[in-house]
Design a protein around this ligand. Structure first.
Ligand code: LLP
Length: 430
């Protein structure tokens, strides 16, 4: 198992942020999500530095869909980052935690009237307008509220990136954005002539998530810069901002060979400068919206091992007290993870087992065929890199409670979310 961020081993025992994993479990029980605060902050700082936020006035907006409790809103604010939200719920979380609304990018392919009203009233910085329906809705709401709203148009640039089918979004056959090839983007720009409340200042595209290959991102940069020039020439609209969507892919298992944040950002910035110079235009303000690469490796999940079922010559099932309810990614995307026993870190890894969840579902398998040290019921298992899209996609299937979340740093624990109680689980029932 690869150690991330502040993870270290003392006397066979795993520590994160200077806190023993066994101590965390003693205090907070399992399953438990643990976040390495120092690593989250380092990732934010790397993005700001290498995406040239201070130097070039570019912006890095954390994609809240990856993990957005109030704790993250506050941390992101402290790190001088912007925030990308995709729903009224995420917007409300940011609002309640005092996040500056002007630093918010509001996404979504089907924002409801209520959400559009909320965004306009709160004063979000940019609406990323996805379609004709939203454009009209937004104009109406701004008219009623007597506001001018800056917007980007989300486009589908027609780039096929290599990632899981469910998490790729930039290809032409997509529910997101105005397509380029069928002229929808140009029709949307034409429509602006009838509107006085929405002001187009930029373009946005997102080609997909967990992408390792640089090329699709560089192609995206080229397409966007050419559009900026074309739109200026054709419509005399000066687009000052270009938002390139999500960040770089991350390490889950040794099959993944991700670029560093520095390599990824530098490649994008260099390409934008080169392409703009070839086109004879100024480099616009660039925006990037990383979620996974800020938070994935900073999060881990601790479980207690219960039943161990040894089917001779077939498989050993090791069941934990969580599963697809706290990490749906293996079942949904066949995502791979690494694991270890937190107090047997230096023991020989010689048993091959399958880590199963506790849901009433054969597909609730967290890790297939993984090598691990000798295990017993009652041991604490850690799965690493569960920080992105783990808690944010958690469910109450089988009426299992959502786990608690803590952050650790310099030997201290900060509680982030409490564990749900059974009362919480039935609290919506009338
Ligand atoms: N911006 C937009 C418009 C997006 O749709 C996304 C991710 C991001 C930014 C952040 O991308 P990232 O930096 O995290 O790659 N649930 C899936 C991931 C879905 C991603 C959806 N959009 C998973 O667990 O892999």
């Amino acid at each position: 198992m690869k150690l991330h961020g502040s993870m270290e081993i003392n006397n066979d025992e795993l520590y994160i942020g200077g806190v023993s994993c066994l101590k965390m479990v003693e205090e907070y029980k399992t399953p438990l999500y643990v976040f390495d605060e120092e690593l989250i902050r380092k990732n934010c700082r790397d993005y700001r530095k290498y995406f040239k936020v201070d130097e070039n006035k570019n912006r890095v907006a954390y994609a809240g869909k990856a993990f957005l409790p109030g704790y993250m809103c506050r941390l992101i604010k402290e790190e001088n980052m912007c925030l990308d939200v995709v729903s009224g719920g995420e917007l409300y979380t940011a609002y309640k935690s005092g996040f500056p609304m002007e630093n918010i990018f509001f996404h979504g392919n089907n924002k409801t009237k209520e959400e559009v009203e909320m965004g306009v009233k709160y004063g979000v910085g940019k609406f990323v307008v996805d379609n004709f329906y939203e454009l009209e809705l937004l104009e109406d709401v701004c008219e009623k509220e007597d506001k001018i709203q800056e917007i980007y148009f989300r486009i589908t640039p027609g780039i096929e990136a290599h990632t899981h089918e469910y998490i790729k979004t930039g290809q032409i056959d997509s529910k997101f954005g105005f397509a380029l090839v069928n002229g929808d983007l140009y029709n949307a720009i034409e429509k602006l002539k009838n509107y006085s409340r929405v002001k187009l200042v930029g373009l946005h595209a997102h080609i997909g998530s967990q992408i390792f290959d640089e090329e699709p991102f560089l192609d995206e940069v080229d397409i966007m810069m050419k559009l900026v020039k074309e739109i200026k020439e054709k419509y005399n609209i000066e687009l000052t901002d270009v938002d390139l969507g999500g960040g770089v892919g991350v390490y889950y298992t040794d099959e993944d060979k991700p670029k560093t944040i520095k390599e990824f950002c530098s490649a994008i910035i260099d390409r934008a400068e080169k392409t703009c110079s070839n086109l004879g235009i100024e480099v616009p303000k660039l925006i990037i919206e990383p979620g996974r690469s800020i938070i994935a490796n900073a999060g881990s999940t601790l479980y207690t091992i219960g039943s161990i079922k040894d089917i001779k010559d077939v498989r050993v099932y090791v069941s934990v007290d969580g599963g697809m309810t706290d990490n749906i990614r293996p079942s949904l995307y066949h995502a791979g993870y690494e694991c270890s026993i937190v107090n047997k870190m230096n023991k020989n890894v010689e048993n091959e087992v399958t880590i199963a969840g506790k849901c009433c579902e054969s597909g609730d398998i967290l890790i297939n065929n993984v090598s691990i040290s000798e295990i017993e019921s009652g041991d604490t298992l850690i799965t690493t890199s569960t920080g992105a899209y783990g808690y944010s996609m958690a469910s109450n299937y089988n009426k299992i409670q959502k786990p608690a979340v803590i952050a650790v740093k310099d030997g201290e624990i900060t509680p982030v979310c409490r564990r749900q109680t059974y009362e919480d689980v039935i609290s919506l029932e009338l």
